[in-house]
Design a protein around this ligand. Structure first.
Ligand SMILES: [Zn+2]
Length: 225
């Protein structure tokens, strides 16, 4: 087995099945570049392929960080939804990009079934969009759109941080997703808010990115007229 991979034992909180799932050591994965919406590209192994655990029996799927964070009510809801479900596929070993995409969809499906909040859905949609970006697949846009819709709802209704996004990062990502989706007026407005946000002093990297992307969005806006 690749040195960068290891196996972790997991217990499914829905069906009680114990299974082992492969994981990547993030520190041993070499970063090639980062896109302006925080999508990281890796030289070889991409640890994102292994972030979500999938139970091979009932197909409950959730990121490792929140796999066990589930209420009794949600367990009951999912048990009923998964009744008679046949997975027919295991994602516990090496994963290809196609596997990671299938797993990303399962995680979104599970989150929707358990009525996860918009911030959680947004994060899952953004990661699935990135997987489609690695593949060069136009479905990326579809999931960027879902990520934006859900982040807008989350920013309106949920307490910060949303995922690992503080206020200025949240405002910035709303700008960058808007820009990528051609909503340039919205993008310019969000970036403007990011560069004047009080948190900018503690987040100089975000402020720098916001200024660069603000200028880019204004250029694109001029070009589109
Ligand atoms: Zn299970």
């Amino acid at each position: 087995m690749d040195d960068s991979l290891y196996v972790k034992m997991v217990t499914c909180p829905i069906c009680g099945n114990q299974f082992s799932s492969m994981k990547a050591k993030v520190k041993s994965c070499k970063v090639k570049k980062k896109d302006e919406d925080f999508c990281t590209h890796y030289e070889d192994l991409n640890p994102m392929y292994y972030e979500v655990f999938v139970c091979p029996i009932c197909a409950y799927a959730a990121p490792e960080t929140s796999f066990d964070e589930i209420s009794e009510k949600e367990v009951k809801l999912l048990k009923e939804a998964f009744l008679g479900r046949e997975v027919g596929r295991s994602f516990c070993s090496h994963r290809s990009l196609e596997d990671a995409i299938a797993v990303g969809k399962l995680a979104i499906y599970t989150a929707e079934l358990r009525k996860a909040n918009a911030g959680v859905l947004a994060g899952l949609c953004l990661k699935l969009a990135w997987l489609y970006r690695y593949k060069g697949d136009k479905q990326e846009e579809h999931f960027l759109k879902y990520a934006l819709i859900n982040y807008l709802e989350a920013f309106d209704k949920e307490p910060l941080p949303i995922g690992n996004l503080n206020e200025i990062s949240m405002i910035y990502i709303l700008g960058e997703l808007s820009r990528r989706l051609g909503k340039l007026d919205d993008a310019i407005s969000w970036f403007g808010k990011a560069v004047s946000n009080p948190e900018r002093k503690e987040n100089p990297m975000i402020e720098k990115l916001a200024r660069e992307q603000w200028a880019l969005a204004r250029e694109q806006h001029k070009g589109s007229k």
